[in-house]
Design a protein around this ligand. Structure first.
Ligand code: TPP
Length: 350
């Protein structure tokens, strides 16, 4: 059975306008990824890039299940999930060029971004998977305060080998915390394939050892991912505890821009690009269902390209941070970090 048919089997889990938004997000994330890589290769983009190409179904699917006040704890690979949560493209691009209007005000670059005070996405922590314990703490706080909020953390398959992954899931199970654990299984941790990462056939089946539900979904099928994430988010919000979701795709590019990924079997990559493309699959289904026309798709693409160009211009014209401000924002209380772009309204750091 093809992925397109399985999409149809899901029915329409969202109203048509939200399905169109999903298509817009998939197209936006794909276009952003491709254009940023081109700029990187032309030497016009400083720093590093961590492509999420081929994994958009996972990112858009899981983040679409969150409400605005729910929190997301992503990794370097998950910018598409942050864009789905609502991050502003202009500010994301200012981040890549190290400018003051970037979400981290020029202090870090690329996909190590977050907008905690606005869209409730926690700035990416490099040490993997440290966002898992932090999400566990956030979920514990929601539970103790009686907030009906949910935390969702994402990590890669490689990150599941770290002891912190186990500690976070175990703790969340014991306390029945409102958290959703997502593993973006893109089959490679840098150059290490799944077969050298864990001794069980799937990551999802590890959930049984923690006494929580585990589900494995096809990352090429955004609706299948969304349905699993929505069920998990609803369960978490209604005091049913955590869920582990393993969403399987393939990392189409190297670990980062510098990595040609020669270790990846060509046939595997070709198969995924031809048959397991989450963007193409969803678009085919949307057209077949008559939810969009070819003209609508063209319009979405034009919008995406226009937004990218505007974001690029915004980033180039945004100033660099003032060197003297480097000690600001060391403590959240000094008011330097706000949800607004620009210099921040804060007082001097003490
Ligand atoms: C504790 C720790 N060890 C090593 C690294 C270096 N590192 C960064 S990304 C990465 C690979 C992670 O693979 P995976 O978890 O599968 O995520 P992916 O990059 O494939 O999305 C490694 C080893 C790190 N960031 N943190």
């Amino acid at each position: 059975m093809t992925t397109e048919l399985r999409q149809t089997d899901q029915g329409r889990p969202l109203p048509d306008d939200r399905l169109k938004h999903v298509l817009y997000l998939l197209r936006l994330c794909r276009y952003f990824d491709e254009r940023m890589e081109a700029l990187y290769r032309q030497g016009r983009l400083p720093g590093a890039i961590y492509s999420g190409r081929g994994q958009e179904g996972t990112h858009v699917g899981v983040a679409s299940a969150l409400e605005p006040d729910d929190s997301l704890f992503p990794t370097h690979r998950d910018l598409s999930a942050q864009l789905t949560k609502g991050l502003d493209l202009n500010r994301v691009m200012a981040q890549y060029w190290g400018r003051i209007d970037g979400y981290l005000r020029g202090r870090d670059g690329n996909s190590h971004v977050g907008d905690w005070f606005g869209h409730r996405t926690f700035a990416v922590i490099s040490h993997l998977p440290i966002a898992y314990p932090v999400a566990c703490g956030a979920a514990l706080a929601y539970k103790r305060r009686g907030d009906k909020r949910v935390a969702m953390a994402i990590c890669g398959d490689g990150s599941t080998s770290n002891g912190r992954w186990h500690e976070a899931i175990n703790t969340s199970s014991i306390h029945r915390l409102p958290v959703v654990w997502v593993v973006n299984n893109n089959q490679y941790a840098y150059s290490t394939p799944n077969t050298l990462e864990f001794g069980v056939p799937t990551i999802a089946e590890r959930a049984a050892a923690y006494g929580i539900p585990g589900v494995r979904v096809d990352g090429a099928n955004v609706l299948e991912v969304y349905a699993a994430a929505k069920e998990a988010v609803d369960r978490a919000r209604s005091d049913g505890g955590p869920t582990l979701i393993e969403s399987v795709s393939l990392r189409w590019r190297g670990h980062a821009g510098h990595d040609p990924a020669k270790y990846m079997p060509r046939e595997l990559l070709e198969d995924h690009m031809a048959n397991k493309d989450p963007v193409k699959n969803f678009e085919t289904w949307m057209l077949a269902e008559g939810i969009v026309t070819a003209g609508d798709v063209e319009e979405i693409q034009k919008r995406v390209e226009g937004e990218f160009e505007a974001g690029f211009e915004f980033a180039q014209s945004s100033p660099y941070p003032e060197p003297g401000d480097v000690t600001k924002g060391l403590w959240v209380e000094d008011g330097y970090w706000t949800s607004e772009p620009g210099r921040g309204g804060g007082t001097e750091a003490s």
